[in-house]
Write a protein that binds this ligand. Structure first.
Ligand SMILES: Cc1ncc(COP(=O)(O)O)c(C=O)c1O
Length: 392
């Protein structure tokens, strides 16, 4: 039999499942098997699969106008920027297509802050060990994971500090610092929530040294953590906010919101994207916001999160080292998570993820029902038992 992936770059490890349809919190494969989706395309499908409001918005927009380029006015983009700004992301918004691109944009903004606003007196950029900001060269330079950077040197010069450690940030800070890049909680790195007060302390340091605080909400933004943006749990206002993933509910779109002071630097000709913020992507994102901004939506995310969290300790017992996360981005650190756990999850007809070392990551659609959560807990238990039996 010929390999169906023969002409696809082999840069991903893939499971054999081939999903062909989605319904709410469910994925259906090409054999007709139904799986509960507790990963949501890695925190992307925030309103589940096939949500009728999103489907209609995409269909209507596709039938009307897909794209014109940013040489012209785009009403859907104007509406989306107004809404993101009103939600507290920042005064001005730039649109792109992915999380890595959003971080590239923020990186360029920091460079202008250093070179134009501060006339080259600032050169240093700080990011966190174990962080993740994407795979393009700028975003990779900000990613504190040597195993991802290896082989791609030379990268941009970034100083890495331990995540969640105010003293380390304090020591690294100075008048030469142009920007600090942080996730409000580290997703890929293991669903690591920083200690209370950490983000506020970093905000204060950035203010003191006139450094831009760039908060990467690519994984955590758009209601994932039970607030529209995770930084809102810490009551801070970043200078720059990078987002993507959940914003389009599955349609590729990225965005960078920023303060007016930063926006003033990005004058015509400094940055751009052909596809960024086109009619289709913005129509989808506006439809996603219609749902997640509805009254009671965030409260429901928090209730669902509590139900899911409450059920996990009973499954893993004393193997559960720590249950971490915010809202419906949950990480269960297990003493020894068998490598085969995700395969056993798939055998039990549930899609889950991992993060960092030994962390089972759950990020279901935010529209998940109580019954689906209960069903998921049963399936995770089945998978865990199978994994234990296998390693016994
Ligand atoms: C926090 C964060 N930033 C950036 C990215 C990169 O996003 P993309 O894969 O859309 O480039 C990710 C992806 O997982 C992420 O979690």
């Amino acid at each position: 039999m010929t390999d169906p992936n023969a002409h696809i770059l082999a840069n991903y490890g893939r499971f054999p499942q081939c999903f062909v349809k989605g319904e709410g919190s469910w994925l259906i494969d090409d054999q007709g098997e139904r799986y509960l989706d507790f990963l949501a395309g890695i925190a992307v499908n925030v309103i589940g699969h096939g949500h009728p409001h999103l489907v209609k918005a995409i269909q209507d927009q596709a039938a009307t106008l897909l794209h014109t380029s940013n040489l012209f006015q785009i009403k859907q983009q104007q509406e989306l920027a107004d809404r993101l700004s009103a939600l507290g992301a920042g005064e001005r918004v730039f649109f792109c297509n992915s999380g890595a691109e959003a971080n590239e944009t923020a990186f360029k903004a920091v460079r202008l802050w250093a070179n134009v606003k501060h006339e080259g007196r600032k050169a240093k950029i700080i990011a966190a060990e174990n962080g993740f900001h994407g795979r393009s060269l700028g975003a990779l330079s900000l990613t504190g994971r040597p195993e991802y950077q290896k082989g791609f040197e030379p990268l941009f010069n970034v100083e890495f500090v331990p995540y969640g450690d105010v003293d380390a940030m304090n020591s690294a800070m100075g008048n030469d610092v142009a920007g600090v890049f942080l996730e409000p909680l580290q997703g890929e790195g293991g669903v690591n929530v920083p200690p209370d007060g950490y983000l506020a302390a970093v905000r204060a340091l950035c203010d003191e040294y006139e450094a831009l605080l760039c908060i990467d909400e690519v994984q955590t933004g758009i209601a994932r953590t039970g607030k529209m943006f995770s930084f809102q749990h810490a009551n801070i206002q970043p200078d720059v906010v990078q987002m993507a993933k959940g914003l389009g509910g599955g349609v590729p779109i990225g965005a960078v919101a920023m303060s007016q002071a930063v926006a003033d630097l990005l004058v015509p000709g400094t940055h751009g994207s052909t596809f960024g913020g086109n009619h289709l992507a913005c129509a989808a994102a506006n439809a996603v916001l219609d749902i997640v901004c509805a009254e009671g939506f965030l409260e429901r995310v928090n209730l669902a999160a509590q139900r899911l969290r409450d059920g996990l300790p009973g499954i893993f017992g004393d193997q559960l080292v720590e249950l971490r996360g915010q809202g419906l981005l949950i990480g269960a650190q297990i003493t020894e998570l068998p490598k085969s756990m995700l395969k056993h999850c798939l055998d039990a007809k549930i899609v889950c993820g991992t993060a960092g070392g030994g962390v089972l990551r759950l990020a279901p659609p935010l529209t998940v029902s109580d019954d689906e959560i209960d069903e998921a807990l049963g399936r995770i238990k089945t998978a865990w038992q199978a994994a234990l039996n296998e390693s016994a």
